[in-house]
Every structure is written in C-alpha cells, then in structure tokens.
Design a protein. Structure first.
Length: 179
C-alpha cells in the first residue's frame, strides 16, 4: 500500500517514477503480504522456556503454582503445582505435589498427584501417590498408598472402588519384585 517514491529524491528520473505505478494492483497487494507472512512466522510460538530452578541453598515457605516446569534442589514447605516437576536428590518437599510429570530424586513428605510419576533409586516418599502411570526404580523408598486414577490432577474427584483394586495389585507386585 505504501511505497517509497523516487519522485522527491534528487536526481530521480521521470521514467523510473512512472514504472512504480505501472505495477499491477494484484502484485502490489501481495507485496505487503509477504513481509506480513514473514513477521507472522517470527511471532510463531516461542521455544519453551527452561525450567525454573530453586537452588539447594534456597528455603521456600508457601505454595507455588506455574504452568511451566520447576526443578527443586532446595527445601519447600508448601504445595507445588507445575507442568513438569523435578525433585533433585538434595531437595525436600513438605506438602502436596501436583504436576503432569513428576520425577522424584529427593524427599517428599506429603501427597503426590501426577499423570506420570517416577521415583528414581534415590527417591524418598512418605505419603500417598495418586497417578495415571507410575514407575518405581529399585532402591526407591516409599511409605504410603498408591492409587491409580484416570484424572489424578483433579483432587475433587474420588476414584471409583474398581480402580483401587488394580492399584493394590500393582503395589503388591512392585513390593514383591523388590523383595
């Protein structure tokens, strides 16, 4: 729609000025559209930001909530809600943990809710785990109950009694396998 005109520039020749308006209207309409498309591509969804890291010397008292990722290396006294929550080996959480993905390398005293919950060999959990899928590595320490739910992130919804039976069998199988 707007174009730089060479009419007012010193030394501009009249034929060049006439050549600019001679461009078909369809070409002029598409010319501004091309930069708009490239600008649109530039404003496409940005890369996911890195996880927020709570360092090992940090002690937090209070609840935390984010739609992003959190990596805890310090101590948290309060509830945590995140997309991906990673509990470091030196970390201690005292409160309820809720996330789509929970990877536990450290200590949690409280309930764990997650679509995918993973206890590594260094994990120490004292509390119930409500999950959709769970993995417990050999060497992990766990005291509490395990319950499978299709929607473990929704605390208001109680599990049907039928879903408790497979979780108990799964917990028994895990305990038996670990010896």
């Amino acid at each position: 729609m707007f174009s730089k005109s060479k009419i007012n520039e010193p030394g501009a020749k009249a034929p060049e000025a006439k050549a600019t308006p001679a461009v078909p209207a369809s070409a002029m309409a598409s010319a501004p559209a091309a930069p708009a498309k490239s600008e649109f591509k530039a404003s496409a969804p940005k890369a996911k930001p890195p996880a927020s890291i709570l360092s090992s010397d940090l002690h937090v008292t209070g609840n935390m909530k984010t739609t992003g990722d959190i990596q805890v290396e310090g101590t948290v006294e309060g509830d945590i809600r995140a997309h991906l929550l990673t509990i470091g080996e030196s970390a201690t959480i005292k409160g309820e943990v809720t996330a789509d993905d929970v990877v536990i390398n450290g200590r949690i005293v409280g309930r764990v809710r997650g679509l995918k919950v993973r206890l590594t060999a260094t994990a120490r959990v004292e509390g119930d785990i409500i999950h959709k899928t769970i993995a417990i590595e050999s060497g992990a320490h766990f005291e509490g109950s395990v319950q499978r739910q299709d929607d473990p992130l929704n605390p208001g919804r109680a599990a049907a009694p039928a879903s408790k039976a497979p979780a108990s069998k799964a917990a028994a199988a895990i305990a038996k396998a670990e010896g």
